[in-house]
Ligand binder design. Structure first.
Ligand code: URA
Length: 192
């Protein structure tokens, strides 16, 4: 069993050759910082979003803007500290104008980084936030409205989709469902 320190070392080794990554178009489209992800390298829960926004690009950290504040407040309200989880995105560089990453950008970036992050951290549960990470991991035919709050499988890992916090900011009535889905994730963690 790898220790936390060894997993941290493996993550650093994964990122080190790509400090100025231009493996996909997003590397040349005006990003400020690469947002690798952050949190406990030995976390039992991994949260996966779509890609950095303006605040994340400026700070080099995932989910630090308005959506991130809602996400942090929601998990902390359910008794899980932000530092206890690992937070990552499908793409590590901000798509210009906050557009969605293309299939090419997502597949290059996931193959290089996210798949390896998952295999290093080996979380008990992956929770995808919104349609984009759900479809990038499980296929374009997956629908958040049908699958949210259910246990899916990604390469032997339990994956539970829920809404993206940006959707909750636009649709406050969905907050109840978002909280219930994250409570279910935590219940599943306890049972795993
Ligand atoms: N939205 C995401 O999908 N990821 C972030 O890191 C921030 C906002």
């Amino acid at each position: 069993m790898e220790s936390k320190a060894f997993k941290q070392h493996l993550l650093q080794e994964l990122y080190a050759p790509f400090k100025n990554c231009t493996q996909c178009p997003l590397g040349t489209l005006g990003r400020t910082n690469i947002v690798w992800g952050e949190g406990d390298p030995d976390a039992s829960l991994m949260l996966i979003g779509e890609g950095p926004g303006a605040d994340e690009d400026a700070q080099g950290r995932p989910f630090v803007g308005r959506s991130g504040k809602l996400l942090t407040k929601t998990i902390e309200g359910l008794g899980i500290k932000r530092e206890e989880v690992f937070i990552a995105n499908i793409v590590k560089c901000r798509p210009p104008g906050n557009r969605a990453p293309t299939t090419l950008e997502s597949s290059i970036c996931m193959t290089l980084f996210l798949f390896n992050q998952i295999k290093i951290v080996r979380p008990k549960i992956i929770c995808t936030l919104g349609n984009s990470p759900l479809q990038a991991l499980l296929g374009a035919d997956m629908k958040i409205t049908k699958t949210r709050g259910t246990v899916q499988d990604w390469q032997g890992f339990k994956l539970i989709p829920t809404y993206h916090p940006a959707y909750i900011l636009r649709n406050p009535p969905a907050l109840k469902t978002f909280v219930a889905d994250l409570a279910f994730v935590i219940e599943q963690l306890a049972a795993s």
